[in-house]
Design a protein around this ligand. Structure first.
Ligand code: ASP
Length: 609
């Protein structure tokens, strides 16, 4: 028997029993003739006491950090107990020990507060994984995985594997490709997601499918993206949107319960995409706090049917507002006493290139009811008060106003709102607020190619009452500057995203399941008939053999774990992640391959300058 117990298991009640432990040496402390060793394994740390009688053996076989050690001895009560660890009441009085393996001196300390920088820890990730902080994250990931599987299994979902070596399935990113040796000059693509496979499984009658599966996207990596990441991927047939929302709301609530012990009993709020953009400037709003946008001015075609309130700012001869496409405000609670220095700092904040605004206007709605503003040259107190109150401000609040082009200004205000929420402590780590965002636009305009692209992916169905708009109108855009006036711009999709604390954690849609509508969709995206057949002939063909109505969703598993774990980075929740340039610094991949391998693949490399 290698070990009788783990290093996290022994308590006072085990005193006097003889045990054998195995693990890694975390620290060695010598006090006169006795030596204390902290022995670590996955389950915890146990203190070992080597008495004087073992000194000559220890001298002959000195212990070092991260040595792999097996010890046998008696459990005894400790005189100075450590209340901070579960095994802190006992120690093992070692009677014999066996060094199972030595270790080189590790490049950083394997403790909660390590001295290793990011790069070093990534290079020696197998050592970093020994640290508690990282282990806790992987344990949480496994708990989420188990919880999801249990829930889905109980709801009759079946885990079915789908292939990795496939044909390109465009979902908005570039494919990773794999050359085929047996088919010279031809390539597989790695799946951006199992989208078309899960739809085919519906055609095959597996009415509830799931998979916790790797997806591969060759994107320019923004700070917190990985080229390979994991989804909880699901599909159902004979369902409507409502069934999907209920089923997967249930899944996330179950994960909250199992992993965090949180009873999320509230119904998940729902908001249309348009309302989200209008109220928060963002399609994944953090609804843990208010500070909703006051739309003082906006282009009518962006939000058709919303009443204009620009009379609140019009006619004051203030060029910045008069010439802006969009003017938006938020009321920041309790900040009317901001100093000049603080408002200047906020102005600099919105002028940073990432935010890109020219300036920031503000109104201080003082506690005594008076108003002071950076624009009081143009607006008298009554008008300032009207603006402040329209923004929902009370005495004591600070109103921040941005003006400029619609898209940029809305985005900037959304960022400013989040920043102020953070500064005021309104984005609490331990508060979780879910939201369904519904009714996304079906299409987005791609100015570079002057055509429509699918906002979600090409298999997403339009709202039933808008199918006719899609069929009756040609996709071509004659005047790029006025693309928003094209009938396609207002077609909404049967698509939904689940948002948690301002992060999109999942998204999906009710799919197209009729061949003719799917063909029309490909045509709307500028695909010729031949191209559609070449890329998606298999799916179009399958739709001719009794395809049932179906829909699904996929959750970003890594992101979900990072939010539940209270971390900003998904990397912390992946055992072997890549760095921000998509490199695995431990393996040193990607790397070149030798000429023999290239030859077998019938490939010659020629790098572009
Ligand atoms: N395959 C989609 C994605 O990866 C999710 C879905 O529509 O189910 O975003």
């Amino acid at each position: 028997m290698f070990r009788s117990h783990t290093c996290g298991e022994l308590r006072l009640e085990h005193a006097n029993s003889t045990v054998t432990l195995a693990g890694w040496v975390q620290t060695v402390r010598k006090f006169g003739s006795i030596t204390f060793v902290d022995l670590r394994d996955r389950y915890g740390i146990t203190q070992l006491l080597f008495g004087e009688e073992l000194n000559s053996q220890l001298d002959a076989n000195p212990l070092g950090r991260e040595f792999v050690l097996q010890v046998t001895g008696q459990v005894q009560e400790r005189s100075n107990k450590n209340p901070n660890i579960p095994t802190g009441a006992i120690e093992i009085k070692v009677s014999s020990f066996n060094i199972l393996n030595k270790s080189a001196v590790p490049p950083f300390t394997i403790q909660d507060d390590t001295d290793g920088g990011d790069d070093l820890r990534m290079k020696y990730r197998f050592l970093d994984l020994r640290r508690n902080a990282v282990k806790k994250n992987l344990e949480l990931r496994y708990a989420v995985n188990r919880s999801a599987r249990n829930y889905l299994h109980e709801h009759h979902f079946m885990d079915i594997e789908t292939p990795f070596l496939i044909k390109s399935t465009p979902e908005g990113a570039r494919d990773f490709v794999v050359p085929s040796r047996m088919n010279a000059g031809q390539f597989y693509a790695l799946p951006q997601s199992p989208q078309t496979f899960k739809q085919l499984l519906m055609v095959s009658g597996y009415d509830r499918y799931y998979q916790i599966v790797k997806c591969f996207r060759d994107e320019d990596l923004r700070a917190d993206r990985q080229p390979e990441f994991t989804q909880i991927d699901c599909e159902m047939c004979f369902v409507e949107q409502e069934d999907i929302l209920n089923t997967f709301e249930g899944l996330i609530k179950r994960i909250f319960k199992d992993v965090k012990g949180i009873d999320y009993t509230d119904k998940v709020e729902r908001m249309s995409w348009e309302d989200a953009m209008w109220t928060y400037g963002n399609d994944k709003p953090d609804i843990r706090f208010g500070m909703q946008l006051l739309n003082l001015k906006f282009p009518a075609h962006t939000f058709p049917g919303r009443p204009s309130i620009s009379n609140l700012i019009d006619g004051a001869n203030f060029g910045v507002f008069d010439n802006a496409e969009t003017v938006v405000a938020i009321a920041v609670p309790g900040c009317s006493e901001y100093t000049r220095k603080q408002t200047d700092e906020l102005t600099d904040w919105v002028k940073r290139p990432q935010i890109g605004m020219m300036g920031l206007a503000f109104i201080k709605y003082n506690a005594d009811g008076t108003l002071k503003s950076s624009v009081d040259k143009f607006y008298d107190e009554a008008r300032l008060k009207a603006i402040a109150e329209a923004a929902g401000a009370k005495a004591g609040d600070l109103i921040l106003i941005l003006a400029g082009a619609e898209e940029r200004t809305r985005k900037a205000m959304s960022e400013l709102r989040l920043e102020m929420g953070k500064r005021l402590g309104l984005r609490k780590e331990n508060e979780f607020k879910l939201l369904w965002v519904l009714d996304f636009p079906l299409f987005e305009y791609d100015p570079e190619e002057n055509r429509w692209v699918a906002r979600h992916h090409p298999f997403t169905s339009p709202k039933p009452d808008q199918i006719k708009t899609m069929i009756d109108n040609e996709p071509s855009i004659k005047d790029a500057a006025r693309y928003l006036e094209h009938p396609y711009a207002n077609i909404k999709a049967n698509a939904y995203d689940m948002v948690l604390n301002g992060n999109e954690i999942g998204g999906g849609s009710i799919r197209i399941y009729q061949r003719d509508l799917q063909e029309k969709m490909f045509a709307a995206l500028g695909m010729s008939e031949e191209e559609a057949l070449h890329k998606f002939g298999f799916l179009l063909g399958a739709f001719e053999y009794g395809a049932p109505p179906h829909g699904g969703i996929a959750f970003g598993f890594d992101r979900l774990c990072s939010i539940l774990g209270g971390s900003e980075s998904i990397r912390d929740f992946i055992a072997f992640p890549k760095n921000n340039s998509g490199r695995d610094v431990m393996l040193d991949a990607p790397s070149t391959i030798d000429d023999k391998q290239l030859k077998e693949l019938s490939i010659a490399t020629k790098l572009n300058d």
